[in-house]
Design a protein around this ligand. Structure first.
Ligand code: PXP
Length: 243
């Protein structure tokens, strides 16, 4: 299982003071050295954390993969075609939200998503759709030509009790199996942390986890290298693989 380290909140801290540090580029390089299999960043329409220059700087310097999260807008499509990340993950975006709430509604935007997917794929960029663990959204993702989905794990992470958490976990597992049977690569992410990652990491059909906020939060106390190493250990332990 691969770990994508999302560095958005390094930029959040930097932007809080309008300074030049901490640097998302430095974080990306450090993350790679300490076990990140890819670097994920979300260029939001309001540029509240990652800025355009960050994306270029990271893309040019890293030696793993860049997974660029972006909204379904013509501006972002242009950006992606210019930056040429390895992967684009299309996410829903609402201006007032604190973070990405809920998955992309592929069903109601099939034509636009198919067009974006076609253009990005033609440019050699792999397209992932960030969706809820919902049978119809998975089928629609396949129908529009995406090769990857990322399952939104927020409902699992935010579950108010164990029973609800188990229910959400079963939904994720069933969705991952359905998507793999359709030939989709299945990733997952959102709200995962060192305490709740293991049950998701045990779902063998899930190939990659994208984790941001919890890693950057833990890095404040123990440093980014150790935060990443602990996360990798937790993931590998869950899969019964030595790390
Ligand atoms: N995956 C996607 C598609 C996201 O939009 C985000 C949040 O930017 C994450 C994963 C990471 O979520 P978190 O920061 O809660 O780990």
């Amino acid at each position: 299982m691969l770990l994508g380290v999302n560095i958005d909140h390094v930029a959040t801290v930097r932007n809080a003071r309008g300074s030049i540090y901490p640097s998302p580029l430095e974080a990306a390089l450090l993350a790679e050295t300490h076990g990140a299999d890819l670097i994920t960043m979300h260029l939001r329409e309001d540029r509240r954390h990652i800025k355009d220059d960050d994306v270029f700087a990271v893309k040019n310097a890293i030696s793993t993969r860049l997974n660029l999260e972006m909204a379904l807008t013509p501006e972002m499509l242009e950006n992606a075609l210019t930056v040429q990340p390895d992967d684009v993950c299309i996410v829903p975006e609402k201006r007032q939200e604190l973070t990405t709430e809920g998955g992309l509604d592929v069903l109601s935007q099939q034509d636009t998503i198919a067009e974006f997917t076609h253009k990005l794929t033609a440019a050699g960029i792999r397209v992932s759709l960030f969706i809820d663990a919902d049978e119809r959204q998975i089928q629609a993702s396949h129908d529009v030509g995406a090769t990857v989905i990322e399952l939104h794990t927020g409902s699992y992470a935010d579950a108010y009790n164990q029973q609800e958490r188990n229910r959400q976990l079963i939904r994720l597992e069933e969705a991952a199996i359905q998507a793999s049977e359709l030939g989709l690569v299945v990733n997952a992410g959102h709200g995962l942390n060192i305490h709740n990652v293991a049950p998701v990491a045990r779902i063998l059909s899930i190939k990659e986890l994208n984790i941001g906020h919890a890693l950057i939060a833990q890095a404040i106390f123990i440093g980014l290298p150790q935060a990443i190493e602990k996360m990798k250990q937790a993931i590998f332990r869950a899969r019964s693989i030595p790390y």
